[in-house]
Design a protein around this ligand. Sequence first.
Ligand code: PNS
Length: 167
Amino acid sequence: MATALCPGSFDPVTLGHLDIIERSAKLFDHVIVAVIRNPQKSSSLFTIEERHELLASVTSHLPNVSLDTFSGLLVDFAKDRGATAIVKGLRAISDFDYELQMAQMNQRLSGIDTLFISTSPQHSFLSSSLVKEVARFGGDVTGMVPPAIADRLVARFNEPARKDSGD
Ligand code: PNS
């Protein structure tokens, strides 16, 4: 059985992520969406439990997709779970340098290859960071994230503590 990992911060999951997860699920017997516990990128908007819960709500229609969390090296997690491939979405040439470097490092460390799926054009401008920025200032993120995630973003940025702190 071929198992692949789709790793990321998913803070929060976007329609671009979901597209890659759905297409990976057609290529592999089993796909593990691996949510990093402590993203390198500053502080996360959603806790690990929230990011996991949001992902679960939007991947429930995919029977061969499961969710897990990890910390430390991705390749150690991949070996532990018996994954033989890492799948990443490539949006644009700007993603390429860093993704290639990570793929080569992961290959060097473990022998596990990374497969790149080209992002669907309608999602190529999407990132969790930009979606958060738009939502933070009251912009409409419809069509960028699943509807349930859009609601959670609006709710999060309307929490009094966030309004007061400007965070
Ligand atoms: O959604 P992101 O933030 O782009 O995901 C990045 C992620 C989690 C895939 C990457 O930071 C990662 O794999 N981190 C785990 C630590 C690790 O293995 N580092 C060495 C990679 S060469």
